[in-house]
Design a protein around this ligand. Structure first.
Ligand SMILES: [Ca+2]
Ligand SMILES: [Ca+2]
Length: 131
C-alpha cells in the first residue's frame, strides 16, 4: 500500500515527515519525499496511518490520517485463500438481495446488494489466490 500526501504549508518550512502506523512511529522521511510504500501488512487487520510534518524549529503538526484494511478479493470466509469454500458460500446465497433471509453480506463481493453471477465471477477470477 502506498501513502501519498501533499507538501505541508509551514511558515518556517517543513524539514521532515513522520509516518505513524497505529500511533507508533514507523519512519522519518526528508521533506522532499511525499510518498511511502508500506509493506508486510497483515490481512483483515485495521490500520491507521498518519503523516506529521516537522519544521526546523522542532514543531510537529499532525497531518491527515488514512484507514486501511488489507483484504484478499474473493475470499468470502476470510481464511486467506480463494477456493471452493468461497464459491460454495456465494452459491448458497445466489439470487438473494439485501434484506433477504438468505443474504450473506460477505458473499456480495461487489457490494451491489445482490448476490449473482458477478460475485461468482469475482471468486472465479481470483481462484487460487492467497494472502
Ligand atoms: Ca476463503
Ligand atoms: Ca453482488
Amino acid at each position: 500500500m502506498t501513502l501519498n500526501w501533499t507538501n505541508a504549508l509551514d511558515n518556517v518550512g517543513v524539514t521532515a515527515y513522520r509516518i505513524y502506523e497505529n500511533n507508533s512511529l514507523l519512519v522519518v522521511l526528508p521533506s522532499n519525499v511525499t510518498r511511502y510504500s508500506v509493506n508486510g501488512l497483515s490481512p483483515y487487520t485495521n490500520y491507521t496511518f498518519r503523516v506529521d510534518a516537522g519544521n526546523a524549529a522542532g514543531n510537529w503538526a499532525s497531518g491527515p490520517s488514512r484507514q486501511a484494511f488489507p483484504r484478499l478479493i474473493g475470499d468470502v470466509n476470510k481464511d486467506c485463500t480463494v477456493d471452493i469454500a468461497d464459491l460454495v458460500l456465494v452459491a448458497r446465497s445466489f439470487g438473494s438481495s439485501t434484506g433477504g433471509s438468505n443474504f450473506n453480506n460477505m458473499a456480495d463481493l461487489n457490494g451491489d446488494g445482490v448476490i449473482d453471477i458477478a460475485d461468482l465471477a469475482i471468486v472465479g477470477s481470483n481462484f487460487g489466490s492467497h494472502c
